[in-house]
Design a protein around this ligand. Structure first.
Ligand code: FMN
Length: 407
C-alpha cells in the first residue's frame, strides 16, 4: 500500500483529500503530454494586417472590428430596422455600369478639381459628419480633421454630437476646412447658441440634417449596445430614459418628430454662410429646400440609419438632380465604399460625394494615419475609374459614361 492510500484509511479532511488528488493529477504523464500539445492548429492563425497592407476601404473594416468592443463596432455598422435600406444602398452601385465609351487616358492627365460654395477641392470628396469618434480611437475628431486636411485638403463636416468640442477641433489642423452639422433644436435660443459656437469657431458652412426623425437601430440599441435595455427618448419629453414611457415604449422617438419648413426659415436667419440641407430623398423636397434658403442639398438616407424600406440614394439621385436643375450644388452620400462608387454618383449628377462609415473604419483601424490613407485610397480609385472611362475633367463624368439598370 502506498503512502497516499494509507493516509486515506485514516479519514483525512476533505481539503487534504482534494489537495492530494490534485497533486496526483499534476504529476500524471497524461496532463504533461496535453500541456505540450499546441491547442490551436496552424490553420486558425490570425494576423492583423498593417497600415502598409491596406489596399481598399474594405481592408480597414476587420482591423476596426478587432480593435474595439463589439458595441462600438455595432454602433457604426448597423442601420434602421431590418437594414433593407442599408443593404440596398450598396446594391444600387451594382446596378450602374461604367461604360468605356472614350479611350482610356493616363492617370497623370486627370484633374478632378472643383469649387464647392467657395471652397477649392482637389477631389469631389468630403468627410460626412459622424458622431462620437472617441470610442473609435484616441485621435478622435482632431485626428479625423488632420487626416482630411493631409489628404489633399479634404473638407470635413463635424457632427454636432462630436466627442471633442468644435473649439478644439477647428484650430487643430491649420489650413483645413471644417464645416458644422446641426440637428434641429426646437428652442430657437438654444439652436442659436449651438450655431454660434460652430460659426465662432470658424465653420463657415452649416449642414442641417432633416432625416433620422424616427430611426431605431434594433441591432445596436436593443440587442447589444445597451446590454438589452431599450433606451428611447420619451415621446416629446426630450429626456433620455432607461424606462421609456408612452409611445416611446413602442420605439417611437418623440425627440425629432416636429420638423417644419418654417423652422428652416428661422435657422436660415441664424446662419451667416452657406446652409446645406442633408437628408433629401424626394425631388419636391429638394425644390422646397431651395425655396427655404438652402445653398446646397445633400441626397442622403443617413447610410440606411434613417428610415428602413426607403430607397437607396443612388436610385433617387437622378430625379433630384433634374428637379434642382443646376440651381444649387447637389451632394450625395450613403453606401459609398469605392472610388468607382464615387464615379457613378458623379455621373448621375452629384457635385460632390460624402463618405461616412468608411472614414470611421480608417480612424478606428489606424488612427489619423489610417483615416488619411483611407481617403487617399478613395481619391486614387476615383482617378483610376476616371482614367478607365477616359474622363480627364469632372465635367466629363456625366450620364454618357454609365448605364443604369435599377431594379
Ligand atoms: C456611426 C454614424 C454616426 C453618424 N452620425 C451622424 C451625425 O451625427 N449627424 C449626421 O448628420 N449624420 C450622421 N451620420 C450619417 C452620415 O453623415 C452619412 O450620412 C452616412 O454615414 C453615409 O452613409 P455611409 O456610412 O454608408 O457612407 C452618421 C453615420 C454613422 C455611420
Amino acid at each position: 500500500m502506498t503512502e497516499i492510500e494509507r493516509s486515506w484509511l485514516t479519514n483525512p479532511s476533505r481539503r487534504t483529500a482534494l489537495a492530494r488528488m490534485a497533486a496526483l493529477m499534476a504529476a500524471s504523464p497524461i496532463a504533461a503530454a496535453a500541456a505540450q500539445t499546441d491547442p490551436r492548429p496552424l490553420s486558425e492563425h490570425r494576423r492583423a494586417l498593417s497600415l502598409a497592407e491596406m489596399q481598399t476601404s474594405f481592408d480597414f473594416e476587420p482591423v476596426f472590428f478587432g480593435n474595439v468592443p463589439l458595441s462600438v463596432y455595432d454602433y457604426t455598422a448597423h442601420g434602421d430596422g431590418s437594414e433593407f435600406t442599408l443593404r440596398r444602398n450598396r446594391q444600387a452601385f451594382d446596378w450602374v455600369e461604367i461604360m468605356p465609351r472614350r479611350a482610356a487616358v493616363p492617370a497623370s492627365r486627370i484633374d478632378l478639381s472643383s469649387e464647392l460654395l467657395g471652397v477649392k477641392m482637389k477631389f469631389p470628396i468630403l468627410v460626412a459628419p459622424t458622431a462620437a469618434m472617441r470610442p473609435l480611437h484616441p485621435d478622435e475628431e482632431i485626428g479625423m480633421f488632420k487626416a482630411a486636411t493631409a489628404a489633399s485638403n479634404t473638407l470635413m463636416i463635424l457632427s454636432v454630437n462630436t466627442s471633442r468640442p468644435v473649439t478644439e477641433v477647428a484650430p487643430a489642423s491649420p489650413g483645413g476646412t471644417l464645416w458644422g452639422q446641426f440637428y434641429p433644436i426646437e428652442a430657437l435660443a438654444s439652436a442659436q447658441r449651438v450655431l454660434d459656437t460652430f460659426q465662432n469657431a470658424g465653420c463657415h458652412g452649416i449642414v442641417v440634417t432633416v432625416d433620422q426623425q424616427a430611426s431605431y437601430y434594433e441591432r445596436t440599441a436593443q440587442d447589444r449596445n445597451f446590454g438589452g435595455v431599450v433606451r428611447t427618448r420619451g415621446a416629446g419629453s426630450g429626456a433620455a430614459s432607461a424606462e421609456p414611457v408612452g409611445s416611446a415604449r413602442y420605439r417611437i422617438n418623440g425627440g425629432r418628430l416636429w420638423y417644419t419648413w418654417q423652422y428652416i426659415d428661422a435657422v436660415r436667419k441664424m446662419i451667416k454662410g452657406p446652409l446645406l440641407i442633408k437628408g433629401i430623398l424626394d425631388p419636391e423636397d429638394a425644390k422646397l429646400a431651395i425655396e427655404h434658403g438652402a445653398d446646397a442639398i445633400i441626397v442622403s438616407n443617413h447610410g440606411g440609419r434613417s428610415m428602413d424600406y426607403g430607397p437607396s440614394t443612388l436610385e433617387v439621385l437622378p430625379e433630384i438632380v433634374a428637379a434642382v436643375n443646376g440651381r444649387v450644388p447637389v451632394l450625395f452620400d450613403s453606401g459609398v465604399r469605392r472610388g468607382a462608387d464615387i464615379f457613378k454618383a458623379l455621373a448621375l449628377g452629384a457635385n460632390g460625394v460624402m463618405i461616412g462609415r468608411t472614414t470611421r473604419w480608417g480612424l478606428a483601424a489606424f488612427g489619423t494615419a489610417g483615416a488619411q490613407r483611407l481617403i487617399e485610397i478613395l481619391q486614387q480609385e476615383l482617378v483610376q475609374a476616371a482614367a478607365a472611362a477616359g474622363c480627364t475633367r469632372l465635367s466629363e463624368i456625366d450620364a454618357t459614361t454609365i448605364k443604369t439598370r435599377f431594379a
